[in-house]
Design a protein around this ligand. Structure first.
Ligand SMILES: *Cc1c(COP(=O)(O)O)cnc(C)c1O
Length: 356
């Protein structure tokens, strides 16, 4: 069976070596030695200002919204994973959907200002498939209207824009280290920010609001990453270069062998160093997508409709202002991409798609 992705498992000895350290330390969570080491390694490897690893990629979004959005209206994209909208609703804020750009598939920055009201407090946008939003334009809009910017950068591990980590844009960026993501800690994620004051605010919130054992700074929840998760991260991190170069091989193969008279590709924003995390293709119609999907599934190949349906169609959302997102969600399919995907499998996948 070939799925849209396959979790990278480091050699078990690498993981055992990290576990041994945990047993020696007799320490499982709360700012442990491995947790601190992973934080430092990530900061260095990614070139980011401040990082707080957390237990998944959803809680950091929620925490940032809790700090910034204040129950107001949050301008967001309907073309993302459900977590982007669900966290807004969960924080008792109101999602206001702005349509996406048909080529980049990220929020259309030219339509943001029209959606701003006096209740707007924040913008939460997704760098879809690691393709950056128009970060400079969004920053200018946010400055002008005094809004905070949060990026759901779940797909963006090692993505650089204009020579630096995409995580260095926005007031807060978040990433997911889920098993299906490019870099993983089993379950896991992180929050990135640009200054010490923000880091402090976010740190409190992710640890119950504790300010020392007997004092509370404010409201918090539990989003701490454990030593067991950090152990996986420290075991996977040394293989990232290899993982990314193998994924590049897969994406290059698709680029060279797919019949693009029937399909179109994601348009990457200029000045982006991409991470080969996903390979989305856009069909001319939903019908042709479904035909190809069925043929692939018949051969035990499982692409995924990331992201379907458009988040405006969630059962707890009552909005229909984004026709482009609704249309794209019906026509985009993510093909299998992972480091160990063989040339034979790639040949089979591309033949099925091209012959459909
Ligand atoms: C995976 C993902 C998330 C959620 O991350 P988890 O680590 O699974 O909580 C959020 N947003 C996007 C765009 C994602 O792809």
């Amino acid at each position: 069976m070939i799925n849209v992705t396959k979790t990278f498992f480091p050699p078990i000895e690498d993981y055992q070596k990290q576990l041994k350290r945990i047993w020696e330390n007799q320490w499982l969570t709360n700012n442990g030695v491995l947790y601190k080491e992973l934080s430092e390694r990530l900061q260095e490897y990614l070139g980011v200002n401040y990082v707080i690893p957390m237990t998944n990629g959803t809680l950091p979004i929620q925490i940032a919204l809790n700090a910034f959005a204040n129950g107001g209206e949050v301008i967001t994209t309907p073309f993302s994973y459900v977590a982007t909208t669900a966290t807004i609703v969960w924080e008792k804020c109101t999602p206001v959907f702005v349509d996406i750009h048909p080529d980049y598939l990220t929020i259309d920055e030219t339509k943001i200002e029209a959606a701003i009201t006096d209740k707007t407090t924040a913008i939460l946008a997704t760098h879809v498939y690691g393709n950056p939003c128009a970060v400079e334009e969004i920053e200018a809009i946010a400055k002008k209207h005094n809004l905070k910017v949060i990026y759901d950068a779940a797909h963006c591990f090692v993505v650089n824009y204009k020579g630096q980590s995409i995580f260095n844009y926005g007031d807060v960026s978040t990433c997911s280290f889920h098993a299906t993501k490019l870099f993983h800690t089993g379950e896991g994620g992180a929050l990135f920010c640009q200054d010490e004051a923000t880091r402090q605010e976010m740190w409190y919130r992710h640890n119950f609001g504790h300010d020392g054992p007997e004092k509370y700074h404010g409201l918090g929840l539990n989003a701490k990453m454990s030593e067991l998760q950090a152990a996986m991260g420290l075991s996977v991190l040394p293989y990232m270069k290899q993982i990314i170069s193998e994924r590049k091989r897969v994406c290059d193969y698709y680029d060279a062998h797919l019949d693009f008279s029937q399909l179109s590709k994601l348009k990457l924003r200029e000045y982006t160093e991409w991470n080969y995390a996903y390979y989305p293709v856009v069909f001319k119609t939903e019908e042709s997508l479904l035909k190809v999907k069925t043929s692939l599934e018949y051969e035990n190949i499982n692409p995924r409709r990331y992201f379907y349906p458009s988040l405006e169609e969630l059962p707890y959302i009552h909005s229909s202002t984004c026709p482009i997102a609704r249309d794209m969600a019906k026509r985009v399919l993510c093909l299998p991409v992972y480091d160990s995907l063989s040339s034979e499998s790639l040949n089979k996948i591309t033949s099925i798609i091209n012959n459909e």
